[in-house]
Design a protein around this ligand. Structure first.
Ligand code: HPA
Length: 271
């Protein structure tokens, strides 16, 4: 709690007087949403006491505070992944700092493999549930100041925000999926048998992030909305010479980022 509070007070001083009401986690290749933020203040994580530093491909490491669709937002340009070697307390620290700054709604985004055979590279999916195959970030002594020992996870993703996002996509004439994000640790991509297994147990996409942040956000009662960009088709049925490649994943995410940005912006305007 002390580490979280000192990081939060450092950020609060830096943004002096601005009051972010929405937090946004920008996933691989989706950092360009940050370019839409007006009057941005950029705070590198490396300056914040107690903060980890992001190393993943396609990720920068900054908080960006500014206005988006008329709301004061704090965006994470670059997140922390368990596969980078950080403990889950570090992976999720930024979300808790946002909470201490007064943020009560969190938008998350990620790049993910499409294990639903109907999903195509470049498609977007509204996350309506998840399956976690990562360690739970709440393991350890409970931080009672933030939330309960056994937080409810019946509605991890806010149903009202999902409905509104669905309506926004429809009004733009865009086909957007709704489905289950399955999160494993990575960093190796899945084998064909693993992709088929994840599909069989109910996943629509698979990725290596997001769930720890969502669990921590729900623990402290934040409302969560999330979307995935399908960056590779991963139903487990691959051509003989197919290979998963991290650079291709980042490129595919970049290509779909403008649509995701539009939906996020329109949804934020309704908050
Ligand atoms: N697996 C796991 N994480 C991912 C993938 C994938 O196929 N694509 C993008 N992130």
């Amino acid at each position: 709690m002390e580490t979280l509070k000192s990081a939060a007070s450092y950020v609060a001083d830096f943004i002096s007087g601005r009051q972010p009401e929405l937090g946004i986690v920008l996933g691989s290749g989706l950092g360009s949403l940050a370019d839409s933020i007006e009057d941005p203040l950029v705070l590198p994580y490396s300056q914040i006491p107690g903060f980890p530093v992001s190393t993943a491909v396609g990720h920068k490491g900054n908080f960006i505070v500014g206005n988006l669709s008329g709301k004061c937002v704090i965006a994470m340009q670059g997140r922390f992944h368990f596969y980078e070697g950080y403990p889950m307390t570090s992976v999720t620290m930024a979300v808790r700092v946002m909470y201490l700054l007064g943020v009560r709604t969190l938008f998350v985004s990620n790049a993910a493999g499409g294990i639903n055979p109907e999903y195509r590279t470049g498609d977007l999916m509204i996350i309506n549930d998840h399956i976690s195959l990562q360690p739970n970030p709440l393991i350890g002594p409970n931080l009672d100041e933030l939330g309960p020992r056994f937080p409810d996870m019946t509605r991890p993703y806010d149903p009202a925000l999902i409905r509104r996002a669905r309506a926004i996509a429809a009004s733009l004439g865009w086909m957007v999926h709704e489905g289950v994000y399955l999160g494993d640790t990575g960093p190796s991509y899945e084998t064909p048998a693993e992709y088929r297994f994840y599909r069989a147990v109910g996943g629509d996409v698979v990725g290596m992030s997001t769930i720890p942040e969502v669990i921590v956000a729900r623990h402290c009662g934040m409302r969560v909305f999330g979307m995935s960009v399908v960056t590779n088709e991963a139903s487990g049925d691959f051509a003989e010479d197919y290979q998963n490649d991290g650079d291709d994943v980042v490129k595919a995410a970049d290509a779909a980022a403008s649509k995701l940005t539009r939906i996020f912006k329109e949804l934020i305007a309704t908050l």
